[in-house]
Design a binder for this molecule. Structure first.
Ligand code: CUA
Length: 315
């Protein structure tokens, strides 16, 4: 149910978040009554001049002490497990999500769909479909906040954060930046437009660029010269990228890394920090030469190679 004064509940998680919130407020009110009720009663009963019986009571205080230790303990454990369930639900996107990249920068939200469509301060999504956001910041900390979806996630420079939602209500909803990020922080707002799935497909088709995200990544891969070592038969031997994404990678020194978005990102920006076993540390850093947007495009390309077999390496 939608509680009075609350924004619309427009995502699958909204009711769970609201119920938890209301339960916490009610519990706090009950505790408030339990503490302040007796306090005012005793203040009144033992006021100066009143002929109340002031002799100490004669009973075992350990019983009350055990009670007021155990009852809050189980209350807090209960709240913890409830909140943790909602939290894990929020943190783990279901499979087969629609993937959308989000870049926060002073002072706008740049978004890109897997089909290549770009948007600024506006995001079109289909009703009832799971949408997974991979988010990065180009400068300072921002926070991606959609009140109607009950999601708010800090977007931190130097790393990827993810967030997901499933819209359950058609309409246009507010998008805010919820972390003070400089002069025009208050203007860093936008809209989330929830459309019927067929309308969304229509919208995608109308604005579809020539390249999808992975294709843009592939073009960059050649333009930046990555392909010379990672794909070609040049003099430098570099790891092939087919079938890498989503798998463990052996590193020099016997350690292992897992090839996720963060690993690919670090391999481009900080290549010397994680040399794959059996390779020379010759790759230069691309820090300062590549934008957050381009990084995500390259990652989309590497992802698209995840199910491909590597060709025979040239020695
Ligand atoms: Cu971005 Cu505040």
């Amino acid at each position: 149910m939608n509680f009075p004064l609350f924004p619309h509940q427009a995502s699958s998680i909204a009711t769970k978040v609201d119920t938890l919130f209301i339960a916490l407020v009610l519990l706090s009110l009950v505790l408030l009554a339990i503490i302040f009720g007796p306090m005012f009663y005793f203040l009144f009963k033992y006021r100066r001049g009143n002929k109340a019986d002031r002799r100490p009571l004669n009973f075992a205080t350990w019983k009350i002490e055990v009670t007021w230790t155990l009852v809050p303990l189980f209350l807090v454990l209960g709240i913890y497990s409830w909140a943790a369930t909602v939290y894990f639900d929020l943190e783990r996107p279901p499979a087969n999500a629609l993937e959308i990249n989000v870049i926060g920068k002073q002072w706008m939200w740049k978004l890109q769909h897997a089909e290549g469509n770009r948007e600024i301060n506006e995001l079109h999504v289909p009703l009832g479909k799971v949408v997974k956001l991979t988010m990065a910041s180009q400068d300072v900390i921002h926070s991606f906040f959609i009140p109607a979806f009950r999601i708010k996630q800090d977007v931190v420079p130097g790393r990827y954060v993810t967030e997901w939602f499933r819209p359950t209500r058609l309409g246009t909803y507010h998008l805010f930046c919820a972390e003070y990020c400089g002069t025009s922080h208050s203007g860093m707002t936008g809209s989330i437009i929830v459309m019927r799935p067929d309308e969304y497909q229509q919208w995608l088709a109308n604005g579809r660029p020539q390249e999808n995200l992975a294709q843009t990544g592939e073009r960059l891969f050649r333009e930046l010269g990555c392909s010379g070592c990672h794909m070609g038969s040049g003099q430098v031997r570099a790891p092939r990228l087919e079938g890498v994404f989503g798998k463990p990678v052996p590193l020099q020194g016997g350690q292992w890394a897992f090839a996720d978005e963060k690993y690919i990102r670090d391999s481009i920006l900080l290549p010397q920090s994680q040399i794959a076993a059996g390779y020379e540390p010759v790759m230069p850093t691309y820090q300062g030469h590549i934008s957050e947007e381009e990084l995500l495009q390259l990652i989309a390309y590497v992802k698209s190679l995840a199910n491909k077999q590597p060709l025979e390496e040239t020695k």
